[in-house]
Structures are given as C-alpha cells and as structure tokens.
Design a protein around this ligand. Sequence first.
Ligand SMILES: O=C[C@H](O)[C@H](O)COP(=O)(O)O
Ligand SMILES: C=C(OP(=O)(O)O)C(=O)O
Ligand SMILES: [Mn+2]
Length: 431
Amino acid sequence: MSMIPADAPAPVAGPGARLPETPPRWHRSSWRERPARQQPVWPDPARACDIARSVSMLPPPVAPEAVVSLRRDLARAAAGQAVVFQAGDCAERFASCGEDAVAGKLRTLLQSAMMLALGTGLPVVKIGRIAGQFGKPRSADTEVVDGVELPVYRGDIVNGPDPVPEARRPDPERMLHAYGHTRAALRTLGGCEAGGADPGEFAWVLEEGPLYTSHEALLLDYEEALTHLDPATDRWFDTSAHMVWVGERTRALDGAHIEFVSGIANPVGVKLGPGATAEEVAELCARLDPERTPGRLVLVPRMGAQRVREALPPLVRAVRDAGHPVVWVCDPMHGNTIRSGSGYKTRRFADIAAEVEGFFAVHRAEGTHPGGVHLEMTGEDVTECLGGIRELGDDHLAERYETACDPRLNGAQAVELVFAIADLLRGARRG
Ligand SMILES: O=C[C@H](O)[C@H](O)COP(=O)(O)O
Ligand SMILES: C=C(OP(=O)(O)O)C(=O)O
Ligand SMILES: [Mn+2]
C-alpha cells in the first residue's frame, strides 16, 4: 500500500528526472532472498517484524519530488556542471537530533558549501550525512573492554555505545526512535530552509538548492519499511532519505543490499575500497544503472592515500568505457583510518588531503569529472584527526575525542581541507 498521497504533484521533467523501470521480480522485500551482511541478530525476531510493520505505517519522512530533484542536481554533477559536497558525522546520535544541534550542523555544512561555491564558481549539491545516519557496519562482531567481551556498537538504530551488555543488546524499538529522530531533524532542516530557524549568514546558500539528506542503507528491515510506491510515478522510493548508499562491507553483487537498492528510484551511492575490481564495478553499474541515467549512481572510492593513484584508474576506465554517467565522489576518510600510538582510532590530515589530490590527478589523467567529496566532519572543536594547520598530535586526541564511531575532521581542519578542494576544483575546471 502506498503512503504517498495520490494527489502529490508529478515530478517536473528535466535531465536526471527520467526514472528507469523497476527491475522485473524486484520488490521491497526481495532482498530477503539474498545473504544480508552486517544485520543485527534481534533477540526476538517476531517483535522486530512487528515494529518494522509499525514503521511502515508512518508517514514517509521524505517526499519523492525532493528525491527526483536531487537526481536532477546529481545529473548536473555527472556532467561536470556542479560539485557534490556530502558530509557529516560518521554515526549520528539520537541525542544530537534536537533543534540546536541540527541547526548547528546545518550551519557548518552550509559554511563549507559556501566556500566551495565561492572558490569554484560552480553550484554545490549539498548532501548531509544527517537525519538518519544511525546504522554502522563494523569490522568485528565483538570487542573486549576491560577484559569483558561485548557485542560491538552498531549505531543508535540497533544498540547503544556504552560498554555494558544491556546497552549492546540489539533493540528493535530503536527503529521507531530512529524514525522519530529523523522526523525531528528534518523538521529543523526544513524550518531553516523556510526561514524559520536561523541558518545565519549562510542562508543564501540555500537559495541555490536545499540540503538533501543521506545515510548508509544498512539496516534493511528499516529501509524496507520506509520504501513506498509513489502513484504519481509508479516507482518505489526509499523515503528514509533523499539519497542512500551501500557500504564497502555490504556491496557484494549477489548480496541483499545491492538487491534492495537496485529497485528504488532514489539516487544510490556505492563505496569502493581498494579491493574493488574493474569487472565488479562494471557489474555494479549494470545492475544499478542499466538504463544509463545521469543522476542515478554515485560511486564513492575510499582507497587510501597510498592506493588511490593505482587502484582508481582501472575502475574509472571501466565505468567510462561502459558509458555509465556516474558521479565520482571521493571519500578520503575511510581508506586512511589508523590506530594512533596512544590507541585512538584516528586519521592523519595529510593522508586525507593526499587522497583528495590523488583522486583529482586520476580524473585529470582519464579525462573524467571529479564530481565531489564525501567527508566525516563536524563544526565542533573536537580532537579526533591528527595534523592540520594546528598540528594536532597524538597527545591531544584525548582532549575532545567525542565521535561514536569514526574520527571526524574538526571545524578548522574541515575549513583547511575545503579550501584545498576548492583549489583542486578550480584547477580541474581550467584543465
Ligand atoms: O564508518 C564506519 C567504520 O569505518 C566502520 O564502522 C568500521 O569501524 P570498525 O573498524 O571500528 O569496526
Ligand atoms: C562505514 C563507512 O564507510 P565504508 O563503507 O566506506 O567503510 C561510513 O561511511 O561510515
Ligand atoms: Mn565512518
């Protein structure tokens, strides 16, 4: 049953607004026939099923028209006429979905987008890791804290981060809370865009286009519950966000996550680690973008500074030669995670900057568009990543290490990186 009102206006036609056919035999639950990695083992699966059903009856958080509008904007980025800036927390916390916290994040994102727009003269497609980035894939199922083995934290939509067994137990009620916090965050974002809450001096950036939302489509019970048929277009939309992506750990071609996103009409991202092969990527493009529609597919290499210059070119060539009009977006964070001497999970600013430079160099050499960047950052003065202009060292990490999962650039480091990216983009345009 569709949750989208039948009288919703049909999307305006234009580049990127063409919506490909839903694949035959696809349904929002067809992923259940495939192996699904990184899913919680709910203690009471029948209860999880009931809760997912409750979520599916709630109003869709995001409207199909706004999703189509993002597709149109991404089509421009695929053609090199706009640049994508996708950024936010690694793991959003429910407790940070209040009005002040979300308005603060919005201001930070807009500030960065404004610097990119001013620095490049290009329109910036603004996409937050916001209003739903609650599920985390992990490298291991358990961790040892003070000698006790515990299930890992999998994001607020699954369990809690406190290192005690009760908090780490997967709780399906959290899917309902995730829905509520998404709605709350969207209300604040929408309020700012409508001139309600105050985005301050960055308000004009919003005149060029809204802040879209995105998260990893990881917890498939939840994504399925918010996927509805839109009668105006006869397409299925995952209404949990404007854009969703599939992570490096769940992008298996025959896996549940790729099956799920193959049938939704949203723009879809896929993370690509250094092990991705040209054949795999060509196959992913064939599955997810069979009609070669600009604005549909965003490929997000996260290779690591050491690998990007050798690992990325074969993938770029394979996609270009197969004629898929994808947006290439550089994630310079996830291939550069290290453990510091004092034991913190961290990243070096120099590595992050070097990966971005490598990404631009590859696109320059291949004659393709560097479509944008995907960052984990905050406007707060946290101490999670090493280096930057203030030369944050290992002995500073303990001062304000606040992330619930991966280390984020702090406000100053983010500004420094965005300036460097604007320079590279200017160079790419001249080239
Ligand atoms: O963004 C997320 C992390 O990279 C992912 O959850 C893996 O983190 P882990 O190696 O600490 O499990
Ligand atoms: C887990 C993430 O990325 P990846 O799938 O690239 O490791 C992430 O974006 O937080
Ligand atoms: Mn992360």
